[in-house]
Design a protein around this ligand. Structure first.
Ligand SMILES: [Zn+2]
Length: 299
């Protein structure tokens, strides 16, 4: 009896190790990308995001723990467009995992599939103080871009794990039809002519899709802290246009927005999550869009 029990335990342990080895091991740079990988991959993948939902993904540290995670991964999913240029190349180099090298089978760059907004005309680098040198990298805030990237992730997961191709395809179909259905409702929720001020250009794609007009940014350029002169110009615009909402992404400091609101009586400062897990109850991109909708539907 004793021996049988031990045999059973050994067998179960063996089966469990088999199951976990059967899963694709995916690392992503952001929680938004992790969310898409989970939507498509479900229980067939293990996904881990380097940045937390409350961290600015422009500025992360290349931690040794990220390199260890990446060394064991089958796939790395990144934003691209130079969003992670300050830290991801170091992580990939440190991981010594040939599958993840740029251009290799385990490297997936979502930005490669996107027509970006706000693409600078001349060649910019981060040395110019602009952290969006290849166009705006916050494209997953547009629900239709989420569908586009989900589809590409479906293809990539199917390539790496062809026996589960139809599983990934079904998950994609479910996700895309849900987002498409919701988008019709979301578009009706936003009143006409909503005008806002925002700290960083994080929500450009969301605004673009839902016809929200952003009249000024608190940062003079993406990644550049507000100057006194710039703040005065924002106050002027806010007064002239009678702006009611100043949006601050919740990983930025709202002090400057509050300073503007002191001078502009109509203005209310709202801090918002812009990523999955940016607040505890935001478990996926659909939760995130719904949360943002709640904020903007009041106009
Ligand atoms: Zn940015």
């Amino acid at each position: 009896m004793k021996i049988n029990l031990r045999k059973i335990i050994i067998f179960i342990t063996f089966m469990l190790s088999f199951v976990s080895h059967g899963k694709l091991n995916v690392v992503t740079t952001t929680t938004n990308l992790k969310s898409l990988v989970k939507v498509i991959g479900g229980e067939k993948v293990d996904a881990f995001s380097f940045s937390k939902g409350t961290q600015d993904p422009h500025y992360l540290e290349a931690k040794p723990s990220y390199m260890i995670k990446a060394s064991r991964a089958d796939l790395i999913v990144s934003v691209g467009l130079d969003l992670e240029i300050g830290w991801l190349p170091l992580v990939i180099r440190g991981a010594r995992n040939p599958k993840l090298r740029p251009g290799a089978i385990g490297s997936f760059v979502a930005g490669d599939f996107i027509d970006t907004l706000e693409k600078p005309k001349g060649k910019l680098t981060r040395a110019d103080g602009d952290v969006h040198p290849e166009g705006n990298p916050h494209f997953l805030l547009d629900p239709l871009n989420a569908i586009k990237i989900a589809k590409e992730i479906m293809k990539k997961l199917s390539e790496l794990d062809s026996k589960n191709k139809s599983f990934y395809e079904n998950n994609f179909k479910k996700f895309s039809s849900e987002v498409e259905e919701q988008l019709v409702i979301w578009k009706k929720m936003i009143p006409k002519n909503v005008q806002v001020i925002t700290y960083h250009k994080t929500l450009s794609y969301f605004y673009n899709r839902l016809d929200i007009e952003n009249v000024a940014y608190l940062e003079p350029k993406p990644g550049v802290p507000p100057t006194a002169k710039h703040i005065l110009s924002v106050i002027k615009i806010a007064k002239e246009k009678n702006i009611k909402l100043a949006i601050v992404e919740n990983y930025f400091d709202p002090t400057v927005a509050n300073r503007v609101a002191k001078d502009v009586s109509s203005l209310k400062v709202v801090t918002v999550p812009v990523t999955v897990e940016g607040e505890e109850d935001i478990k996926n991109l659909i939760d995130l869009y719904a949360k943002l909708l709640e904020i903007f539907k009041g106009g």
